[in-house]
Design a protein around this ligand. Sequence first.
Ligand SMILES: Cc1cc2nc3c(=O)[nH]c(=O)nc-3n(C[C@H](O)[C@H](O)[C@H](O)COP(=O)(O)O)c2cc1C
Length: 354
Amino acid sequence: MTFYSRIRPLAFRLPPELAHGLGKRALRAAQATRPTRAALERRYRYAHPALEVDLFGETFPNPVGVAAGFDKNAEVTHALAALGFGFVEIGTVTPYPQPGNRKPRLFRLEDDEAMINRMGFNGDGMERVRTRLEADGTPEVPIGVNVGKMNTSGETEALEDYRRVFDRLSGYADYVVVNVSCPNTPDEFDEGSPEHLRAIFETLEAENDTGVPMLVKIGPDSPDESVLELLEIVEAFDLDGIVATNTTTSREGLTAAGRDEWGGLSGKPLEDPATSVVRLLAEHTDLPIVGVGGVDSAESAYEKIRAGASLVQLYTGFVYNGPATAREINRGLIELLERDGFSSVEEAVGADLE
Ligand SMILES: Cc1cc2nc3c(=O)[nH]c(=O)nc-3n(C[C@H](O)[C@H](O)[C@H](O)COP(=O)(O)O)c2cc1C
């Protein structure tokens, strides 16, 4: 029995957001001193040269990252790196602090190994995040900064929001993600419309003097034609990659109580829909893809990689599997690579494509 399998039933008796807050407090305490951080590293970090991925001008020690939303305010980046994650995406960060939606707004669907959230971009805002990154320093693994707009911003204000957050935080980022795919922020206008996307990318391109790699995060619920239309825009603007996918509004096949809560669904039921988007993109582009949705094991990470993802990320799988998640996925990936005769993760990217 692992440490986490013993404490999980207790943690799962707490409201999800409280458990998340306590977990983060423990991680923040653990990263605060060198000996505790080193203890985490000794126990959880797993390194192997075949796991390394060279991308965006950086070497990712392994392809398994923490998805946006877990560490919105950059409080535990060092602890997550010590737990063996290959990179950490902070955010979504908005220009100003924002309370988000009314609680409860995060729900576990245990029988479906899923979660529903309607957090609504709660966060400290860019200035506090910047101060924290400055004080704590960035972790030794690559860090992504996921940028968003205020919930109340209309179309023009949104452009200014993205610009401001980019301007304040891109200096700390190994890559920046424009998040236009959150299903639980108010629909002030169609964020994913081609015109709006073009306007965002134009704005950020003009701001990006230092050439920070820029990605866009998309949802799993758009028809294929819309995904391919977005891809055309992404390529026209020379963006550096795509994060696929955000949470889904679908409730197909769920059995757990709580499935009727509104918000974005993540975890196991999202796995296949997200992998399909990764595959669709990979069939049409050579741009790097970060695959996210339902990753919780070496097999599920490997499937996304073989479908065309250069890196993967997870959130819900971490909640269900605990601190050893990255270690176990990375160990298992090495076995799968050896089984199939690949010498590295990079060699397996897109192996399932025709
Ligand atoms: C509680 C919660 C909050 C999230 N917040 C964000 C966010 O702020 N920005 C974002 O781009 N994605 C956010 N996500 C989506 C995740 O980054 C990820 O795309 C999604 O959960 C699918 O991955 P998973 O199945 O591994 O959880 C959030 C997910 C959850 C569960």
